[in-house]
Structure formats: structure tokens, C-alpha cells
Design a protein around this ligand. Structure first.
Ligand SMILES: [Zn+2]
Ligand SMILES: [Zn+2]
Length: 181
């Protein structure tokens, strides 16, 4: 089967307008049609009771195993707090040059830092995380151009400082990856 398009696999409650906007923005960024499907699995088995967070490596495997087969790239959009063993939390992760990634809004909410909620800012942050992780899946590595979406970041402030698009060098590399085979 020919693999086409990018699939967003959605866990938990996201507003339809939020997802529609994300689908459009991802389509624009990667020049592939985007479809949105719900994650139908119970994710409770991926909850780590000690850390009170969800195991991002295992969730990535789940999305990969059960949702990635028909798509060029697949990314799980989560509401829950994600961790990997070596880090306190992650915003997202992806298989480098692979087909699958995951991202979460959990740590992107202002409320998480004692500030008033801001849906627009939340969307902007999440768009950057999702594009960043898909960038990895398309073979892009971290970039140190301050505004580039491929710049790595540990804190939400790092995400706020960069843009949702690729610098010229990353855009050129992505262009090659998009038009390969
Ligand atoms: Zn990264
Ligand atoms: Zn760059």
C-alpha cells in the first residue's frame, strides 16, 4: 500500500476548531493532506502511578503499532502529562526519520505555571511542538537558529521564543525529504 498523508491521532478532549486549525496548519507546513482520527485505546495501562505521568515511550509504540500503518507520518496528540525515564517531562518526541511521533498539550498550558489560561497561546505552542516532532520524523535534527521551529527547548519560554516555521536551512532539508521517492 502506498503511504500518503499525515494522520493526527487524538487522545482526550480537544475542541473541534483547535483540531481543524491544526490539521490545516500541518498540511501547510508539510504539503501533505492531513486526517484526524480518535485514539480509541484506554491509556490507563500507560500510567505510571509513582510518577503520576504517562509513559511516552510506550504511548509512542502504541500509536506506531496501531495507527501508523497507512500513513506517511502519524502523530499522537495527547492531553496527558508525558515522561521518558531520563527526563522530568517531555512536550513530545518522535522517531528520527521514522513514521511516528507524539505530543502533549499538558505542559503547554499557562495554568500549569500558575498563570491565566490562554487558548491562543496554547494553540501556538502546541503547533510548534507538533511541527517540531514531525520535523524529526522527516529527518530534521535540532537547529540553533533562534527562531527556527527545530530549535530544542526544555521550557515553555523556549517554545515561545521560536516561530512555528523552519529556518532556510531546515526548510531546504525538509523540501528534499518531502520530495524524495
Ligand atoms: Zn527535538
Ligand atoms: Zn533550522
Amino acid at each position: 500500500m502506498e503511504k500518503k498523508g499525515i494522520t493526527l491521532v487524538v487522545q482526550g478532549r480537544f475542541e473541534k476548531t483547535f483540531l481543524d486549525q491544526m490539521a490545516r496548519d500541518i498540511e501547510t507546513a508539510f504539503e501533505w493532506p492531513v486526517s484526524v482520527v480518535p485514539l480509541t485505546h484506554d491509556i490507563l495501562p500507560f500510567f505510571d502511578a509513582t510518577r503520576k505521568q504517562y509513559d511516552a515511550n510506550r504511548l509512542l509504540q502504541l500509536v506506531h503499532a496501531d495507527y501508523a500503518a497507512g500513513s506517511l507520518k502519524t502523530i499522537g496528540l495527547f492531553q496527558v502529562d508525558l515522561f521518558i525515564p531520563i527526563l522530568t517531562y517531555i512536550f513530545g518526541q518522535a522517531q528520527y526519520k521514522g513514521s511516528t511521533g507524539i505530543a502533549s498539550v499538558y505542559r503547554l498550558r499557562n495554568e500549569q505555571y500558575g498563570m491565566a489560561g490562554n487558548e491562543r497561546l496554547l494553540y501556538e505552542r502546541f503547533r510548534k511542538v507538533v511541527i517540531h516532532e514531525l520535523g524529526h520524523a522527516f529527518g530534521l535534527i535540532h537547529c540553533h537558529v533562534p527562531i527556527c521551529v527545530m530549535r530544542p527547548g526544555t521550557y515553555v519560554e523556549d517554545i515561545d521564543q521560536k516561530k512555528h516555521f523552519f529556518c532556510n536551512k531546515c526548510a531546504a532539508e525538509l523540501e528534499l525529504a518531502l520530495h524524495k521517492d
